[in-house]
Write a protein that binds this ligand. Structure first.
Ligand code: FAD
Ligand code: NAI
Length: 454
């Protein structure tokens, strides 16, 4: 049998593409080597959010006094947290499998490797079978970058150096945890393990945390972490990992941080090797599959979506890219735009960002106006956040009076930011936003408050 579409990789890009393709009547085969749901469901977005929610509940109980609630002996049972996380993952993975079945997708659980091309289409091998598809979608995702720092390989083998996969399955809370990399994974895990009782040290080579996040926002986040007792070594370089310790250099001097466990979170790289792409001549650029705005590779009828194209390693980007690929396969006009993709850091407080930052606007030479207001302008924020120091910053293109960026730190930022993305995506102007009605009292009213400052 010849499939209309073969998808390699069952993460957010692959499973969503399979669901949509099946729904539209394409005879679809999905090949997954590990677990349907990919990194996001099994060892990324969902497990980390399950853990962070438990930490949030604990923090609320610990600080209940501020709100007139007395909770004695609030404590976190880490094993129970992990068990609950596993239950959440299982529920969601089961749901996806059911949806694939409903949409008549054939699922093969095995390693998929492109074998070549015949007169009917592309050949893919899995579990000693060869399948043929008129079209291919590569959605093999990404994996953690493991640096050649002395002691890392040995640490991984012995189990004291962890990646996101292992840390999300730890059954005991390490007394001390050193996190290499103060990006999104590092910060989310620092947040959870700090609440859970570890002594957490984050070693970051840059002079700030949270990568491309607006600098004022990342500085507030840093202060919040420091207040909670997380230690940061910024502008520092790890030079060696030993059992029980991490050696790092800062200002030309060597220091040692105690580390029962070490989390390596210095970025991820696309999985584009070892899957036979060279057999059909798919172009790889700096380790990622090169795609255009329709998700097409240089090879006819071969598409790629998700982390493997290296554009924006986020699950919601993967979803949208997958939809764009399927729409193009179906002959519908669709392209992916990256200018209004929200990003969220699910720490406590949460960070939500979309569009240009002041830094990126300056770099692009955009004539912008930035307005920054305290979250205390929101009634609901004040009602629910004793001593909160959140802010909301909006950026406007001065020439067109269009919204080009929104950055916020504070409660509900993760749930609010999509609205700002929608405003940017639909090119709303200041005057258009002023006419919108926001429910009251909500924290999202902060966007309206900021816009009225212009
Ligand atoms: P993946 O999810 O990596 O899936 C690829 C799949 O392909 C995997 O299941 C893999 O087993 C399979 N595969 C690979 N090669 C083969 C092969 N040869 N044959 C068969 N199968 C193969 N993003 C967010 O938007 N929000 C978050 O909160 C968030 N949190 C995260 C937390 C952590 C700890 C991590 C690590 C990531 C997080 N991400 C988050 C990023 C998100 O997980 C990824 O962007 C998303 O999973 C990418 O989806 P994907 O389908 O491209 O790849
Ligand atoms: P990251 O790119 O977010 O952060 C890596 C950090 O490590 C950077 O700050 C970098 O400067 C630093 N670094 C690099 N090399 C280093 C070294 N040798 N020593 C010290 N620091 C070093 O990568 P991370 O945290 O691994 O996450 C990978 C990706 O997963 C993210 O880029 C994001 O796309 C996705 N993700 C998204 C989440 C979300 O949306 N909430 C949550 C977690 C992950």
């Amino acid at each position: 049998m010849v499939y209309d579409l073969i998808i390699i990789g069952g993460g957010p890009a692959g499973y969503l593409a399979a669901e949509r393709a099946g729904h539209e009547g394409l005879n679809t085969l999905l090949i997954e080597k590990r677990f349907v749901g990919g990194v996001c469901l099994n060892e990324g977005c969902i497990p980390s959010k399950a853990l962070l929610y438990s930490a949030k509940v604990l923090d609320a109980a610990r600080h209940g006094e501020k709100y007139g609630v007395t909770v004695s002996n609030a404590a976190l049972n880490h094993e129970a947290v992990i068990d609950r996380k596993n239950k959440v993952v299982k529920t969601l993975v089961t749901g996806i499998k059911a949806k694939l079945k409903k949409n008549k997708v054939t699922l093969v659980e095995g390693f998929g490797e492109i074998a070549g091309r015949n007169s009917e289409g592309y050949e893919v091998k899995a579990n000693n079978e060869t399948y043929t598809g008129k079209r291919l979608l590569i959605a093999t995702g990404s994996m953690p970058v493991i640096p050649p720092i002395p002691g890392t390989k040995e640490g991984i083998e012995k189990g004291y150096v962890l990646t996101n996969r292992e840390i999300l399955d730890l059954r005991t809370v390490p007394a001390s945890l050193v996190i290499v990399g103060g990006g999104v994974i590092g910060l989310e895990m620092a947040s959870y393990f700090n609440s859970a009782g570890s002594k957490v040290t984050v070693i970051e080579m840059l002079d700030h945390i949270a990568g491309y996040t607006d600098r004022e926002i990342s500085d507030i986040l840093l202060k919040n972490y420091q207040k909670k007792g997380v230690e940061f070594k910024l502008g520092a370089k790890v030079v060696e990992i030993q059992e029980g310790a991490v050696v790092y250099e800062s200002n030309g001097q060597k220091f040692t941080a105690q580390a029962d466990k070490v989390l390596m979170s210095i970025g991820r790289r696309p999985v584009a090797d070892g899957i036979g792409l060279e057999k059909i001549g798919v172009e790889i650029e700096r380790g990622r599959i090169k795609t255009d705005e329709k998700g097409k590779t240089n090879v006819p009828e071969v598409y790629a979506a998700g982390d493997v194209n290296g554009f924006s390693m986020l699950a919601h980007t993967a979803y949208r890219e997958a939809e764009v690929c399927i729409n193009n396969i179906l002959g519908k006009k669709d392209i992916i735009r990256y200018n209004a993709i929200p990003s969220v850091i699910y720490t406590n407080p949460e960070v939500g960002c979309v569009g240009e930052t002041e830094e990126s606007a300056k770099e692009k030479g955009i004539d912008y106006e930035a307005v920054k207001i305290s979250m205390m302008y929101s009634g609901r924020y004040v009602a629910e956040n004793e001593g909160g120091d959140g802010i909301c910053k909006v950026l406007i293109d001065k020439k067109y009076r269009k919204l080009i960026g929104v950055h916020m730190i504070g409660s509900y930022a993760s749930e609010i930011i999509y609205g700002a993305g929608l405003m940017i995506e639909t090119e709303m102007r200041v005057e258009d936003i002023k006419e919108l009605v926001f429910p009251h009292p909500t924290v999202c009213e902060i966007i309206r408050e900021a816009i009225f400052e212009i």
